[in-house]
Design a protein around this ligand. Structure first.
Ligand code: DNO
Length: 352
């Protein structure tokens, strides 16, 4: 198959072993990161070397990083931003030195993915992550000491308040300006060392708590890609994130960006959208959620996609416990489903 199947692994502390991951049919690459350093610090080469070696022992390749986090001061364009950008570039160089070909990151202010519950039980007894507006409404991080799943819990409440105020001041256009500065510095370095940078969309793809969010829709993805028109400046097309806005036509977007070779990495999962904009994460199969995963994969295959793919968030099934979204069983089922779609579609196309 042309696509490169991958699996996220949280390093030595991950309860899922590389041995188990290597037993998933067709598994090729490991998606990981150096977890024991803070954003804005240089990644020790020994950690990268260890990761590479551990993967190779199991016949796997460590060639995707998710993520090199972008320090809030880069996103806010303040304080020692130039120094932080230097560190970012150095981390890309170091990753490349150990064989990394794709680096994922996001440009979401303060909070990464946002959900209101991590273990919502479905009728069949499985659990998954959900975002319900009736749980979300009424929460105000400026007033209440709240911690939603997915947030970096290392911020104190007063730090969160300060950050939210600072983002309020720069607004969306300020965030675009700082993203442009980031890309103009980082993409030439990525090009030089053969790395494709893959921005992860905002999850969910609209402002939360009045914070600006810009990697949200086709118009903004077009704007993003035109800032530096290079395959090194590409997308991590997370269909479950973009798919939480009913206005995003994910099949059409996948086709368009695959045609232009601007998708470096695909995150494949399914979500069920509710009428009020709430959503539930579901099994990967098209009929389980709102996204037509078959049509999305077809859009890739029709354009000769040979980038990285990973089964994204799975449900917790068969009694498994662990990191929400990142258990073994349902992601492994997702992987075999993805394999099936690609094999069928690639073979069909080869006959034409
Ligand atoms: C959630 C992930 C995100 C993603 C980052 C990329 O499960 O997809 O946390 O890794 O947004 O920087």
């Amino acid at each position: 198959m042309n696509m490169k199947l991958s699996f996220r692994w949280y390093g030595e502390s991950d309860p899922i072993s590389l041995e188990y991951i290597s037993q998933i049919p067709g598994m090729r690459s490991i998606v990981s990161a150096v977890y024991d350093v803070k954003p804005g610090e240089v990644w020790p080469e020994e950690s990268l070397a260890r990761m590479k070696e551990a993967c190779e022992k199991h016949g796997l390749i460590f060639d995707i990083v998710e993520s090199i986090p972008v320090h809030e001061d880069i996103k806010l364009g303040r304080n020692n931003v130039d120094e932080l950008l230097e560190v970012y570039c150095e981390n890309i160089r170091r990753c490349a030195k150990y064989g990394v070909k794709c680096v994922t990151y996001n440009f979401m202010p303060v909070f990464d993915w946002t959900r209101t519950q991590l273990d919502k039980k479905a009728k069949d007894g499985s659990t998954s992550l959900v975002m319900y507006w009736d749980q979300m409404r009424g929460l105000d991080p400026l007033k209440d000491d709240i911690h939603l799943p997915g947030w970096d819990s290392s911020y104190t409440q007063s730090e969160v308040r300060e950050l939210i105020t600072a983002y309020g001041e720069i607004g969306e256009e300020g965030l675009w300006r700082n993203l442009e500065k980031f890309l103009k510095k980082v993409i030439p370095v990525a090009e030089e060392c053969g790395v494709r940078m893959a921005i992860h969309p905002d999850d969910p793809p609209y402002p939360i708590f009045g914070l600006p969010r810009i990697i949200t829709c086709e118009e903004n993805l077009d704007r993003f890609l035109s800032i530096v028109d290079s395959p090194a400046n590409s997308l991590c097309l997370c269909i479950g994130s973009l798919g939480c806005a009913a206005s995003n036509d994910i099949v059409a977007m996948t086709r368009k960006y695959a045609e232009r070779d601007r998708i470096a990495f695909m995150h494949i999962r399914n979500v069920k959208l509710m009428e009020d904009g709430s959503f539930e994460e579901r099994a990967h199969l098209s009929s389980c959620g709102s996204l037509d995963v078959y049509e999305i994969v077809k859009a890739l295959v029709d354009n000769g996609f040979d980038g990285y793919v990973r089964p994204d968030h799975g449900r917790m099934i068969w009694g498994e416990t662990g990191k929400p979204g990142y258990g073994l069983f349902d992601r492994a089922l997702g992987a075999t489903y993805i394999n099936g779609l690609f094999e069928a579609l690639e073979k069909e196309n080869a006959k034409k």
